[in-house]
Ligand binder design. Structure first.
Ligand SMILES: CC(C)(COP(=O)(O)OP(=O)(O)OC[C@H]1O[C@@H](n2cnc3c(N)ncnc32)[C@H](O)[C@@H]1OP(=O)(O)O)[C@@H](O)C(=O)NCCC(=O)NCCS
Length: 170
């Protein structure tokens, strides 16, 4: 098993274990709650309900599926003082050699402490070991994703290809 310790912050980054999975689901739901509250305001109740029905259930399924040993995802977690407080799912693509960062979150009580940044470094190291030459991540361009954008830019993501989602009422 690979692990990386950042003793300055009492943080250990390691591969996920089966007993971590439901903690990761709870972290994800706590971390995306404010993001989705903001999205609900932007989209309005009717569109939000149509576009993101049961977002908690969907997020939980995505995370359980990424943690499944049969999945092509790899997942690392951050332990702070022995408690799992964050995770990053990441994917290698042996054809393009462009890896991808997928679902990732730090529990709101532990955000802004450098934990996300430590996990991205760990994921980059694992992707490099698997021959990846680039890594991609996709996130929202709106206010609730400002923290994610800042964290990604700090982690060195500097080639930006923006996309915009539009909706209109019919
Ligand atoms: C994205 C996320 C995982 C980052 O984790 P984190 O542990 O807080 O990140 P770090 O502490 O390493 O911070 C990285 C940078 O982001 C900044 N940052 C953290 N929270 C911020 C916020 N709310 N607004 C603006 N910048 C913020 C930090 O200050 C730091 O930059 P700095 O060193 O210049 O100050 C976390 O914010 C999160 O879980 N967000 C909700 C879920 C989410 O959006 N996931 C990504 C989906 S694409």
């Amino acid at each position: 098993m690979t692990a990386a310790a950042d003793m300055t912050h009492n943080v250990l980054i390691r591969d996920v274990r089966p007993e971590d999975v439901e903690t990761l689901v709870a972290i994800a739901i706590a971390a995306w709650e404010p993001v989705n509250a903001c999205r609900r305001q932007t989209m309005g109740e009717e569109l939000f309900a149509a576009a993101k029905p049961d977002w908690q259930g969907r997020k939980a399924r995505e995370i359980r599926s990424a943690c499944d040993p049969q999945s092509r995802a790899s997942v690392c977690v951050a332990e702070h003082g022995g408690q799992v407080v964050g995770f990053v799912a990441f994917y290698a693509n042996e054809v393009s050699c462009i890896g991808e960062i997928g679902n990732n979150a730090v529990h709101p009580d532990f955000q802004g402490m450098g934990i996300g940044s430590s996990m991205y470094r760990y994921a980059f190291d694992r992707l490099r070991e698997r021959g990846m030459r680039f890594v991609r991540v996709v996130t929202g361009g709106d206010a609730p994703y400002a923290a994610a954008r800042r964290a990604y830019e700090k982690a060195g993501f500097c080639i930006r290809v923006p996309l915009v989602s539009y909706y209109r009422k019919l």
